[in-house]
Design a binder for this molecule. Structure first.
Ligand SMILES: Nc1ncnc2c1ncn2[C@@H]1O[C@H](COP(=O)(O)OP(=O)(O)OP(=O)(O)O)[C@@H](O)[C@H]1O
Ligand SMILES: [Mg+2]
Length: 684
């Protein structure tokens, strides 16, 4: 029997024991212990008491204690949240059995409720997990110390972390760059609650892939502790598309604006390497150099070392990346990748050698080298130049001309080059080739223009010289003839006078010839002087009708002499024109002189004025033979004449005066015969 049972049974006959002990000590004091009566009474009583106590105990244990114990067990289970019903109902009609059975029924109900709730919770949890794990957004939950307590699969995949490994890491250990801005937003949401968004933020994965994302921070409060949820929306591809579209326009803008090809090439390669562009680590551009028959390095963009790369990537500005603004900054901050640039600028691959770059260009194909060390197409020189195992070469083709290649790689993040990137690069290369070609055409055009201007200036110069020569020879010719005559007749006059013979008639006629020829000489000289050094204009408001009346008055005798009719069809109140009166008279004089020269006796000369299309028009018409069609476009050239004694400056002077007045003059043949000179002058 266990000690516990013994103890419990002893409790049942504890009062009897007390009585027995009292009797024992009583009999002892009376020395009756050894009396046979005592032994005969005391021991059987003692044994009887023990038996009674045991029976009592066993009965009460069966009736009460066991049931109480079972009830206690059930309650204990309930406390632990286990409400499963007991295997069988407790027998007996006593209160304890009933209580036990009631408890069991209640437990069954509770168990039903709890298990349905548990099912629901499990379902909810599964749904939640499915949602959180499968959403394409990256999802992080931060604990009190900005440590990551949850990250979904998308995040782990993109940012290259194992789930177990990332849990417990602090956010600033995961995003080494831009930690300032992220921590600031986390801090703000922690204090103020609500939601904060960091737009177009550049993040870098563990394998250094640039990710542009909108990050949403929100706070959730759970059991007194607050956690931060970060939902990271990857907008890289959208940004890239936007950027690629804007890049093309930026490049063409650069071509039009920048006079240096370097700036254009730099703009192109920045597009290949920037995070929001094509995202390559490095890009190099080599163009065909016609003179050395080689592919020569022209430009390179990309860091020189991993440190530089990290610095560039971590400083990528948020918002739309603008190549132009980067270029503007170029002067202010020292450029990265100078060693690369230096190396590329000295690169030289002869076109007649079977180099891989030349192959890509000649075959107009993209070449993707996966393992330069083992690829037979890559020679040692190119291996050294590339300095990386995987790279891609795309040809630059403009029209049907290959002009060079772009070479790109991911030297620093070692990211494999995907086919989509190559495809994108070749589309970009196509645009770049057109840009380079149009830049070249533009600069060629500029050079041609310069040459043309130089040539034009030379022509003008030689034309001037030729004109001076023509003038000189014309004047020499014009002056020589009358001079010979003048000289001859002067000698004759001298001889006649010396002989003392008064042959007045002869002297007179010789002097007349001298006079006439001298007048002709004067006319030649004054015409030339008028043309080359015209008097300064004095412009006032004059009526063209007044000019015409004055000139006609001057020539009236001549008209009569030549039997020519003069008809004036002048507009009344013709508007005044701002002009030099005397110069305009010169114009009319020259035109009328020509008309008189050419019109046969009996003919008529008409002068008409009118206003047409807000201009004052003066027409001089004659009934002469008209102008030879071939001569129509030569009339106004200086020294063009069909007359034996003409200088050919009359109409040239007319044209000069009229254009100086802002007007114009047209010569034509009239349908009814004769010529017409039509002057039109602007009204103020
Ligand atoms: N009304 C006209 N009808 C036909 N031909 C004309 C008329 N006016 C001018 N011409 C032609 O235009 C030429 C040039 O005229 P222009 O007045 O410039 O020189 P010119 O009369 O020959 O010499 P000058 O310098 O003495 O005037 C003339 O020689 C003549 O052939
Ligand atoms: Mg003339």
């Amino acid at each position: 029997m266990k000690l516990g049972y013994f103890f419990k049974i002893s409790l049942f006959f504890f009062p009897d024991m007390v009585l027995l002990v009292y009797l024992y000590f009583l009999f002892r004091s009376e020395n009756l212990l050894r009396a046979p009566l005592f032994i005969a009474v005391f021991l059987p009583v003692f044994l009887l008491l023990v038996v009674q106590a045991s029976i009592l105990y066993l009965l009460s244990d069966r009736l009460y204690f066991r049931k109480l114990r079972d009830i206690g067990e059930v309650i204990k289970e309930y406390k632990k949240g286990r409400f499963f019903a007991s295997a069988k109902a407790m027998e007996g009609r006593d209160e304890l059995s009933q209580l036990f059975n009631e408890l069991a029924i209640m437990g069954k109900h509770m168990d039903d409720i709890v298990s349905t709730q548990k099912n629901e919770i499990d379902q909810l949890r599964e749904m939640y997990n499915n949602v959180v794990f499968s959403i394409t957004s990256y999802f992080l939950v931060l604990g009190e110390k900005n440590d990551i307590v949850f990250a979904n699969d998308s995040f782990c995949n993109k940012f290259q972390y194992d789930r177990d490994e990332i849990y417990g890491k602090r956010i600033d250990e995961v995003f080494v760059f831009l930690t300032g801005r992220i921590l600031e937003s986390v801090g703000q949401v922690k204090v103020e609650g609500g939601t904060t968004i960091l737009e177009k933020t550049h993040l870098l994965s563990r394998n250094r892939i640039s990710v542009i994302a909108d990050i949403k921070f929100s706070r959730i409060d759970q059991r007194g502790a607050s956690q931060i949820i970060m939902v990271i929306d990857d907008i890289t591809s959208r940004c890239r598309k936007d950027y690629q579209i804007s890049l093309i326009s930026q490049i063409s803008e650069s071509i039009q604006r920048d006079s240096e090809i370097d700036t254009v090439l730099y703009t192109i390669l920045t597009g290949v390497t920037s995070g929001s562009g094509l995202g390559f680590n490095r890009a190099m551009l080599l163009l065909v150099d016609g003179s050395s028959k080689a592919l020569a390095g022209k430009m390179a963009v990309g860091p020189d070392s991993l440190d530089e790369a990290i610095e560039i990537w971590s400083n990528l500005p948020s918002g739309r990346l603008n190549v132009l603004s980067q270029l503007k900054e170029r002067g202010e901050q020292p450029r990265k990748g100078l060693n690369l640039l230096r190396k590329v600028l000295t690169a030289h691959f002869p076109l007649d050698e079977g180099n891989l770059l030349v192959m890509a260009m000649r075959g107009v194909e993209n070449i993707h080298v996966l393992d330069a060390a083992r690829d037979e197409r890559v020679d040692q020189e190119l291996r050294d130049f590339a300095d990386v195992n995987e790279f891609v070469v795309v040809p630059l083709v403009a029209g049907n001309k290959t002009i060079g290649v772009i070479m790109a790689d991911n030297k620093f993040n070692q990211m494999p080059i995907g086919n989509d990137s190559i495809e994108l690069l070749s589309i970009f290369a196509f645009q770049a080739s057109l840009s380079i070609e149009s830049y070249n055409n533009l600069s060629l055009m500029k050079k041609e223009m310069e040459k043309l201007t130089d040539r034009q200036e030379a022509i003008v110069e030689s034309e001037k010289l030729a004109a001076v020569g023509r003038i000189a020879s014309h004047i020499a010719h014009e002056i020589r003839n009358p001079l010979v005559t003048v000289g001859g007749y002067a000698r004759r006059v001298a001889q006649l006078s010396r002989g003392g013979i008064k042959k007045e008639e002869m002297i007179y006629s010789a002097a007349q010839v001298i006079l006439k020829e001298s007048e002709r000489l004067e006319k030649v000289l004054s015409n030339v002087m008028d043309f080359t050094r015209p008097a300064p204009y004095i412009r006032e408001f004059n009526s063209v009708n007044d000019v015409i009346h004055d000139t006609v008055d001057l020539l009236r005798n001549l008209f009569q002499e030549r039997r020519l009719e003069i008809r004036l069809n002048l507009m009344e109140d013709v508007p005044l024109v701002k002009s030099d009166f005397n110069q305009m008279k010169q114009v009319m004089l020259n035109l009328l002189q020509n008309a008189i020269d050419i019109t046969q006796g009996g003919g008529a000369i008409e002068i008409a004025t009118c206003v047409k299309e807000k201009r004052v028009q003066i027409a001089v018409r004659d009934t002469g033979p008209g102008i030879r069609p071939d001569d129509l476009d030569k009339l106004f050239e200086p020294f063009f004449t069909t007359k034996v004694t003409g200088v050919g400056l009359g109409l040239a002077i007319v044209k000069k005066i009229i254009t100086d007045h802002g007007g114009d003059i047209i010569a034509s043949n009239r349908p009814e015969g004769g010529a017409e000179f039509l002057i039109s002058l602007e009204l103020p």
